[in-house]
Design a protein around this ligand. Sequence first.
Ligand code: HEM
Ligand SMILES: *[C@@H]1O[C@H](CO)[C@@H](O)[C@H](O)[C@H]1NC(C)=O
Ligand SMILES: *[C@@H]1O[C@H](CO)[C@@H](O)[C@H](O)[C@H]1NC(C)=O
Length: 363
Amino acid sequence: MALTGLLCAVLALAAVQIVNAVPQHNKRFACADGHITSNEVCCQLFPLVDQLQSDLFDGGECGEEAHESLRLTFHDAIGFSPTKGGGGADGSIIVFSDIETAFHANGGIDDIVDAQKQFMASHNVTINPGDFIQLAGAVGVSNCPGAPRLEFLFGRPPPAAASPDLLIPEPFDTIDTILARFSDAGFNASEVVALLGSHTVAAADTIDTTIPGTPFDSTPGLFDTQVFIEVQMRGILFPGTGGNQGEVESPVPGEIRLQSDSEVNFPTINSRTACDWQSFANNQAGFQTAFRAAMQKMAIIGHDRNSLVDCSDVIPVPNPLPATAGPHLLPDTIQGDIEQACATAPFPVLAALPGPATSVAPV
Ligand code: HEM
Ligand SMILES: *[C@@H]1O[C@H](CO)[C@@H](O)[C@H](O)[C@H]1NC(C)=O
Ligand SMILES: *[C@@H]1O[C@H](CO)[C@@H](O)[C@H](O)[C@H]1NC(C)=O
């Protein structure tokens, strides 16, 4: 009996050692500057990350450049279709910016394309633009408290050509069009909902040009779940002018709502996504996990995972949400202001922040 137990223990230990010997990420390499990483080629990225923080992200903020850099990861990567072409996350939006920034869906993206191009030139950045865009996005989002630490894989080749037009979803697209486009690029409805959670750290400049910097939720500096709550609150007003393409009414002054975000959780239009959307309303950890997994896929569209090197350990570890944050209704609103959309589970019961109704400040 005892001998069998010992034998089992020895075999189990041997199995653990064999498993441990395989994955690359267990390797430890000391860079000349003292950083520890899984692969020597990642060493060059640590100083670049520091420069990104100081010179692009205003010293490590979850501000406009971080938000725009996250949006850019998507607009570069989604330029891929098995039938229509495009190289995915290849940096084509930077290299062929004259062509791609002119696409209608890329409205407002020229600012961050120019800023990243300028940064690459002035900092002698020698990594390829496809890598640079995904690195900047992962570093930028790490500045947002509550964000997951994203994976960063390194080694994308330079882009071969510009992406074709009409591959990037528009806020006035129907939900069917949006889900079909994502499906063509390899994403199911659950993954789309997780990716749209990025609008938790986001604002719009071009939807209503009279109110640039109008956020999609009341906490655009936090990677929290408020976007899932606030997009599901009854819309009562337009924060600026009405009648803009791709915009529907929002629940509070100073906040803007995309038609596409609202359709994703509107039951009669789409039962496929409403329950996923609702499930994140009070599930920060679930949102982090799903977002990280979906971004992991999005960041390497057009590439073979095995051709890239895992340099995730260059990405800063994000701060958790502050203790004062947490899922809530907006001040002076009630549970009944939530428009139930999921047919199979009730929206979680949340308390409103204390105080009178307030408007949301621009970013
Ligand atoms: C159906 C899909 C999507 C549509 C229709 C959509 C649409 C938009 C629109 C219209 C804006 C405002 C742009 C402006 O006027 O300045 C925006 C902003 C943004 N989007 Fe999306 N988006 C989608 C998916 C995504 C995904 C998958 C991500 C990232 C993973 C993303 C990240 C962002 C971010 C971070 C911003 C804020 C940029 C800033 O604050 O400057 N979006 N999106
Ligand atoms: C730019 O970087 C490359 C490779 O890191 C280096 O060989 C070159 O000397 C640098 N050029 C300047 C102007 O710093
Ligand atoms: C969507 O894809 C993810 C990742 O492959 C998977 O875990 C999930 O179950 C899928 N969801 C649906 C609804 O098919």
